[in-house]
Design a protein around this ligand. Structure first.
Ligand code: ADP
Ligand code: ZN
Length: 637
């Protein structure tokens, strides 16, 4: 069925095992990274069980905006599917319900709040009584957990499925995998007895880069222009205002950028999302309101101009890049202000102290990732409880790091060869002395004037700058005045950032961002804790990447190694696909992936037989589009 309907030559990773288990009526919890191929894990069993006379599968998904395209993709492959959600008129919904009750549908997509209505449950009862309910698939299952970042209370009510239809197998799927969330899913959805399929969360085709924030919009522009010109990407910013500014800046530079945030009128939001999905090379500048379940396969980069709240968020957002398996980039600019902002948001939130403590722990883990001087991939995977078996460590000094709350993290050893730190290992300098001097300056200034000050003033004192403010407060007489003249401001900022990241210093956001010592400061002051910092990372990493060639445009055409003629066929096929997509009101990739078009272009077929065995070309598509494709290919000479 994989070959016939989807046109793929083989299953990926654990798909075969999962599908066999679910086809046999077993319950499953599937943890697989974005782009791993979760959809097939329930689509194939749904088709198999339907053909065996076991009825329809219900897919619960919170992604209303995407159901239309998902169902469209199944239609293109020749599978009967439909969706029920609030976007349908009463008449349309009634028509779907009719088909449902007649058993004419293989997969029904429905929003969680719909599934649990008495009306819908009555319909399911009727199907169930007739033995026509074959499977429940619960997509984005982490929505059931308040620890996840997409908590949806409606998901809690889904236990009714198990209670009411105990004999119908259930498969829950998610790309969010931390232990807390997983446990929550098992309990909340009563899946304790389900078989668990946990895949590696590695996304080998995504390269990770975290740069120090200097002039973020310019840094972003350089990143896009030098590495991703003419490609689709997502840029995440913290606030609506930033989103608007950055989108405008990019537009001014000739980049096809669109803003997306919750403050935009819903029609415009929808239009921007549609354009992002349907057109080539759009850069979406967005708050995290955008992106859940975006299944556009050819997003080539995800950039963060502001730091997310935790590693789960970072990993899910960056995971939207490169679903098609071709090279893609995750890029983040991170600075002192990010640390301050995130800490403040936690401190000021109305949550209970326990919850805040959990949030702080999660933030700390992300900060440690940002400050790391060793392999980012190793650290990311370690966070999800996975040991990365990469290449053996390159020669050179061991690179330890620092974990949450200042605990030393031992050198992790392995390298992936596809993150900034692996491509161009950062020079590390010992910032211990600078850190001690900074902390003691903060201490002495507070002792002397009974007041606290912000980072700029403290650095001025340490570097011996007799500014107006220094004179006004008589801070030239502080004993540490000028003893750090050899440090640059950039260096000191790096030290401050790391001290904050590790909890050895905090910022009082309620009092003009003044610096404040913590219990963790003492170990640094006493010299019991070393502070290691990266030096001039951004420049070195970019150079290394250019040298290693990964900065090349990563299009499907490049990956397929097309000749000049092949390239022309590829372009012609893309133009033809755009027309078909418009006619069918579907995104282009639902008709054919770039990789499929590139494979056709490379093969340069002359007869229908020569189209067989191309990945992504199933029986229905071959029948529907085979002749057209040949015509387009042969018209290019
Ligand atoms: P997920 O939901 O896990 O993020 P999807 O189900 O959207 O991932 O699959 C990601 C992409 O990989 C899709 O474009 C899909 O068509 C493709 N894909 C899935 N399984 C296979 C396979 N066995 N062979 C080839 N491509 C596959
Ligand atoms: Zn690495």
């Amino acid at each position: 069925m994989l070959r016939e309907i989807f046109g793929y030559p083989q299953f990926r990773g654990p798909q075969a095992d999962i599908i066999e288990h679910v086809c046999g009526g077993g319950d499953a919890l599937v943890l697989m990274p974005t782009g791993g191929g979760k959809s097939l894990c329930y689509q194939v069993p749904a088709i198999v069980r339907q053909r065996a006379g076991q009825g329809i599968a219900v897919v619960v998904s919170p992604l209303i905006a995407l159901m239309h395209d998902q169902v469209g993709a199944l239609h293109e492959a020749g599978v009967e599917a439909a969706f029920l959600n609030s976007s349908l008129s009463g008449e349309q919904a009634a028509a779907v319900e009719k088909r449902l009750l007649r058993g004419e549908i293989t997969l029904l997509y429905a929003a969680p709040e719909r599934v649990t209505t008495p009306r819908f449950l009555a319909q399911l009862d009727s199907l169930h009584e007739r033995g026509m309910l074959s499977l429940f698939a619960i997509d984005e299952a982490h929505c059931v957990s308040q620890w996840g970042h997409d908590f949806r209370p409606e998901y809690r009510a889904l236990t009714v499925l198990h209670e009411r239809y105990a004999s119908v197998p259930r498969i829950a799927l998610t790309a969010t995998a931390d232990a807390l969330t997983r446990q929550d899913i098992l309990e909340r959805l009563q899946l304790e007895d389900a078989r668990q399929f946990v895949s590696s969360f590695d996304r080998p085709n995504i390269s990770y880069t975290i740069v120090e924030k200097k002039d973020p919009t310019q840094q972003l522009l350089r990143f896009i222009e030098s590495e991703h010109a003419g490609e689709a990407g997502i840029v995440y910013c913290q606030s609506r205002k930033r989103v608007e500014e950055v989108a405008q800046m990019l537009q001014g530079q000739g980049i096809n950028a669109l803003p997306y945030h919750a403050g935009l009128e819903s029609q415009m939001r929808q239009r921007h999302q549609d354009r992002f999905l349907r057109e080539d090379a759009i850069v979406m500048v967005a708050t995290i309101a955008f992106g859940m379940g975006i299944d556009k396969p050819d997003v080539r980069f995800v950039a963060h101009l502001d730091m997310p709240k935790n590693i789960e968020g970072y990993y899910q957002e960056t995971g939207r890049a490169g679903r098609d398996g071709l090279p893609a980039a995750a890029w983040m600019a991170y600075g002192l202000q990010d640390v301050v902002n995130q800490r403040r948001m936690i401190d000021e939130s109305p949550a209970g102290e326990d919850f805040k403590q959990a949030l702080r722990g999660k933030l700390d883990a992300l900060l440690a990732l940002a400050e790391a001087t060793d392999c980012r991939r190793v650290r990311l995977l370690a966070y999800f409880g996975e040991t990365y078996e990469g290449d053996p460590p390159a020669a050179g000094p061991p690179q330890g790091g620092r974990g949450p709350r200042g605990h030393e993290v031992p050198s992790v050893g392995a390298t992936c060869g596809n993150c900034d730190n692996c491509v161009a290992p950062p020079k590390v300098w010992d910032g211990t002395d600078a850190a001690r001097k900074l902390l003691s300056t903060i201490y002495r200034v507070e002792q002397q004037s009974g007041l606290r000050f912000g980072a700029g003033h403290i650095m001025d004192i340490l570097r011996g700058k007799a500014t107006e403010k220094v004179k006004q407060h008589g801070h030239a007489s502080v004993s540490t005045f000028g003893i750090g003249a050899e440090f640059s401001e950039t260096q000191l900022r790096g030290v401050l950032r790391q001290l904050m990241a590790t909890g050895a210093l905090t910022v009082d956001a309620a009092a003009f961002n003044t610096l404040q010592l913590t219990a963790g400061s003492r170990a640094v002051l006493r010299g019991e804790q070393t502070v290691r910092l990266r030096e001039a990372v951004a420049a070195a990493a970019a150079k290394g990447r250019r040298a290693s060639g990964t900065a090349k445009l990563a299009s499907a055409a490049v990956a397929a190694g097309l000749t000049e003629g092949g390239r022309q066929r590829f372009d012609a096929l893309k133009a033809w696909r755009a027309e078909v997509a418009r006619e069918h009101n579907l995104p282009a990739y639902v008709i054919f992936h770039d990789a499929t078009l590139a494979a056709i272009a490379a093969r340069d077929p002359r007869h229908p037989g020569e189209l067989e065995g191309i990945s992504g070309l199933g029986a229905k598509k071959l029948q529907a589009y085979g002749q057209e494709v040949l015509r387009v290919v042969m018209a290019v000479e």
